[in-house]
Ligand binder design. Structure first.
Ligand code: AMP
Length: 278
């Protein structure tokens, strides 16, 4: 596995790798969810690349950039074991040198849900992913369904800006009790960790109602809310039952939907979602 830091080194290393190249962008502190993306890339692509970059521009001023968990050595071991060929470790100063002033912004899809709660977040995400696409020139790029809106926004950006890359969305990996794997789960203390599967439980409750025939979106939002507020350590930020393609909030359901939520467990903000169709 080749590990590079400068853009020049990356470009030189990239040129030597046979196509198609599959890219897995990450912010590090890797877990099995990240590695499932690498494994999918490995199964489908001639070359597999990953980036580890805690992207400052996608964090709000009050968010957890400075204390975002890091474990470079562990990450590199996991990437190597999963068969990664090439890893780029850019620095913030390389990505955003003095004088940097260019941004990539998706309009509609980036506005609701996470976009409404975290102003500027998706502008940071799409900008850094566009830069990663330019740097790696991957034929495929792998993203997790765990961050459903991020995946939708990146698909839109790739189409709108004609990036010659196929975006592959991979299923959410979960712990045995249903908690979606996330680097931020490491912030949870023992009691909070026990409370955290309430997100999964609330999604399951709404899914059961949906498959029992419920097609009123407000009812599904209410079912998720009722489950979440029954957990004393949970503080609900939003629940949503939205059209899968537009991410607009629904009243009546008659197509593919995204159930999603953001919930504070103690000081840790967790998100999760299900996609439902028929
Ligand atoms: P992050 O390091 O949090 O930016 O995540 C890097 C990539 O891994 C993103 O595409 C995430 O959606 C994806 N990812 C994070 N957690 C999971 C998970 N539990 N299952 C599948 N993919 C995930």
């Amino acid at each position: 596995m080749q590990i590079v830091t400068s853009l020049e080194e990356l470009r030189a290393a990239r040129r030597l790798r046979p196509a198609p190249l599959g890219l897995v962008p990450t912010m590090g502190y890797l877990h099995s969810g990240h590695i499932s993306l690498v494994q999918r890339a490995r199964a489908e692509s001639e070359s597999v690349a990953a980036s580890i970059f805690v992207n400052p521009t996608q964090f709000g001023p009050t968010e957890d950039l400075a204390k975002y968990p890091r474990n470079l050595e562990g990450d590199l071991n996991l990437l190597e074991a999963a068969g990664t060929d090439l890893v780029w470790l850019p620095t913030p100063a390389q990505m955003y040198p003095t004088g940097y002033q260019t941004w990539v912004e998706v309009d509609g899809l980036a506005s609701p849900l996470e976009g409404a709660m975290r102003p500027g977040h998706f502008r940071g995400v799409t900008t850094v992913v566009a830069k990663l696409f330019n740097a790696f020139q991957p034929q495929r790029a792998y993203f997790g369904q765990k961050d459903a809106q991020q995946a939708a926004v990146i698909c839109r950006m790739a189409r709108d800006l004609d990036f010659p890359v196929e975006i592959v969305i991979c299923p959410t990996l979960r712990e045995a009790d249903g908690l979606a794997m996330s680097s931020r789960n490491s912030y949870l203390n023992t009691d909070e960790r026990q409370a955290a599967p309430v997100l999964f439980r609330s999604l399951n409750a709404a899914r059961a109602a949906y498959y029992a025939g419920e097609r009123n979106a407000e009812k599904l939002r209410q079912i998720m809310t009722d489950t979440l507020i029954a957990e004393p350590l949970a503080r609900l930020q939003y629940v949503s039952c939205a059209d899968y393609d537009s991410l607009q909030e629904l009243q009546e359901i008659n197509g593919k939907i995204l159930l999603s939520m953001a919930v504070y467990i103690g000081k840790t903000r967790l998100i999760d979602n299900f996609v439902l169709e028929n």
